[in-house]
Ligand binder design. Structure first.
Ligand code: ZN
Length: 137
């Protein structure tokens, strides 16, 4: 029996530019031209002022660990093979937060700390899909 595969994102009309930017290893997030808000996750309207005048802008890929948990067991074998691993809520320097994994800490996950500086790394999962992960900066 083969190990099940992890689910992958299914880009749509709103999220496709984000996934394309990640695939290009140059993450972009939305910016509202009406009120200046930086926006994540991708949306059709600004959550601050409801304007549809949104533009994609590159981000630094740098940020800090806002919150995290260490997963020691997972019922899905596709994820269980990675345990222990860190599920991270990262706050980018641009002010938005995204859920990802903190990698490069598997040998010593107990030393992961809220507020630690992190930076994006791009994991090419398939030819079509790249996922943004983070490592200590
Ligand atoms: Zn706005």
């Amino acid at each position: 029996m083969s190990t099940p595969r992890k689910p992958l994102p299914t880009p749509d009309g709103v999220t496709a530019p984000y996934w394309e930017s990640v695939k290009a290893h140059a993450m972009q997030v939305q910016h509202c031209n009406a009120c200046g808000q930086t926006i994540f996750y991708p949306r059709g309207l600004c959550p601050n002022c409801f304007s549809s005048d949104l533009a994609w802008q590159p981000v630094s890929g740098k940020g800090k660990l806002h919150a995290f948990t260490i997963v020691h067991r997972h019922p899905n074998p596709a994820f269980a093979a990675d345990a222990p691993y860190v599920v991270a809520l990262v706050e980018l320097d641009e002010g938005v937060r995204l859920m990802s994994n903190l990698i490069g800490v598997e040998a010593d996950p107990e030393h992961v700390k809220v507020g630690m500086p992190v930076e994006v790394v791009y994991e090419d999962v398939t030819e079509a899909v790249t996922l943004p992960k983070f490592r200590p900066a």
